[in-house]
Design a protein around this ligand. Structure first.
Ligand SMILES: Cc1ncc(COP(=O)(O)O)c(C=O)c1O
Length: 480
């Protein structure tokens, strides 16, 4: 059986595939069924990195050693359980099981989406999704955009287009040295990918001028004016304002109408980082948080955050769709027809990636199966749950909340009576929770203080789970 020809026959044998596939789906379905506190107490199976590494050593070699169905139980047991209602840490979502199946079918077909002829169905689906998302944002028919692999790549793509639009010459050809120094004004609460994008673009980190925020973590007009002045002091021409909808640490939404006014007055491109919070566009109750988005020049929206999609899938949308063709104005004539700059269906013109997964297909089939209202209901419930959790924390008396949540992110601290080092206490709590594994929460720094942070991105999390979390924290602290 170890001969190449035999293994090849086995690898592509439809009946073998059917059998193995059923085993895999059964194991995953069992995992889903047991992913509940009463059945599986641990949402987070902490193991130290060195022993994890050592345990996977020598487990493949020149000959077959284990079928996937034999390895999968161990993989499941030792992986983070994002389906678990008590996995409430980072902004990584529980995958909608159907979307995971879509991903599986997409990997099977493996139609790359660089150009239309490589992945025709997915290319067309993504076009429809972009139109739908642009419409939700209030953009007109001239809007356009693409999907890319993650919010970081999305911010980079939008900022490249913004720079290309603002540049006096052709910066793509001539490089940054041919331009006067430029500046990007960004909320002091921006995700680090904004700063990183600017550095990658060769502008230097010094080109990022932070706009100070108020106690609700929203940019202020004084902060904006000060940032403009600071850009001048640094000898840089400001070209873009980056607003949050919402911010990573606290989930706070900038006032986009005011940001659009400021950007218009100063002649800046307005980019809205909606990686986490643009999902609120789906919720009739919360879409007003994004009022003003229709005036932004570009925005991003991560479907792998608040749309239950497996990673990665980021929409980059431009109000004037022509800008979507300017981020990467590079010629790659072996892939494209000549003068193909306006061909909507050859996406590689417009993204960092060449080959991509069939990411749009996963969302398209999920919307088709469940309808858009289902996703709106999900966002509304998650945003409501965060408000309810904050309310319970405040009412409890022994917890403090950093800011009234606007999305599904809640930052809080345990205020143990008699404690003097509250920052150290939060870090100890987080470390113990991690090691115990019954809850997964993260931590963040705000105003020089350490806070515990939860993202209520899992639709199976209930207020009862969060009450349990409060009790667990009290229990942890009663022993320290
Ligand atoms: C506001 C915001 N923008 C961008 C990103 C980066 O997204 P990704 O992790 O998909 O690259 C994040 C990730 O947490 C985010 O919260």
């Amino acid at each position: 059986m170890d001969r190449y020809e035999d293994l090849l026959r086995k690898a592509f044998d439809p009946e073998e595939f059917r059998r193995e596939g059923k085993k895999i789906v059964d194991l995953l379905a069992d995992f889903l069924a047991s992913s509940r506190p009463g059945v599986r107490p641990r949402a987070y199976p902490w193991e130290d990195p060195e022993s994890m590494l050592a345990s996977w050593a020598g487990r493949f070699g020149s000959k077959p050693s284990a079928p996937f169905a034999d390895l999968l139980p161990e993989i499941l047991r030792r992986s983070n359980d994002l389906l678990h209602p008590r996995f409430v840490g980072h902004q990584c979502t529980t995958s909608l099981p159907l979307a995971a199946l879509g991903g599986f079918a997409g990997q099977f077909l493996n139609n790359g989406s660089a150009v239309y002829e490589m992945g025709p169905v997915n290319v067309a689906m993504e076009r429809q999704l972009i139109r739908w998302m642009a419409g939700l944002a209030g953009y007109g028919p001239e809007a356009d955009g693409i999907f890319t692999s993650g919010g970081s790549s999305g911010n980079l793509t939008a900022l490249l287009a913004a720079r290309q639009a603002a540049a006096e010459g052709d910066i793509w050809r001539g490089g940054v040295a041919a331009e006067p120094p430029l500046a990007v004004l960004a909320s002091a609460q921006s995700h680090y990918s904004v700063r990183r994008s600017v550095a990658v673009m060769g502008l230097g980190e010094d080109a990022v001028v932070p706009v100070e925020v108020d106690g609700s973590f929203r940019m202020t007009v004084e902060g904006f004016r000060a940032a403009l002045a600071e850009a001048g002091r640094r000898g840089r021409r400001p070209i873009v304002l980056v607003a949050n909808a919402c911010s990573t640490a606290t989930g706070s939404y900038d006032d986009l109408e005011r940001a659009a006014d400021w950007a218009a007055t100063a002649g800046l491109w307005l980019h809205v980082d909606g990686a986490h919070g643009a999902g609120a566009l789906l919720s009739p109750k919360y879409r007003q948080l994004l009022r003003g988005l229709e005036r932004a020049d570009s925005f991003i929206w991560d479907a792998h955050k608040n749309m239950l999609m497996p990673a990665l899938m980021t929409a980059v949308v431009f109000r004037d769709g022509g800008h979507s063709y300017e981020a990467f104005s590079q010629k790659a004539s072996y892939l494209f027809e000549k003068s193909a700059a306006e061909e909507w269906y050859n996406y590689a013109h417009r993204t960092m990636e060449c080959t991509k997964t069939m990411m749009g297909m996963r969302l398209f089939i999920s919307l088709a199966a469940y309808g858009t209202d289902f996703f709106g209901g999900y966002v509304t419930a998650a945003w409501d749950l965060a408000r309810e959790f904050a309310h319970r924390l405040q009412a409890a008396g022994d917890f403090e909340v950093a800011v009234e949540p606007e999305s599904n992110i809640v930052c809080f601290r345990y205020m143990k009576a008699g404690e003097t080092d509250f920052d150290g206490l939060q870090r100890r709590i987080r470390r113990t929770l991690l090691e115990q594994g019954r809850f997964y929460v993260v931590q963040t720094e705000l105003g020089g203080r350490t806070w515990l942070r939860c993202t209520l991105i899992n639709p199976r999390t209930t207020i009862a789970d969060l009450e349990e979390l409060m009790d667990e924290i009290r229990a942890v602290c009663s022993k320290t």
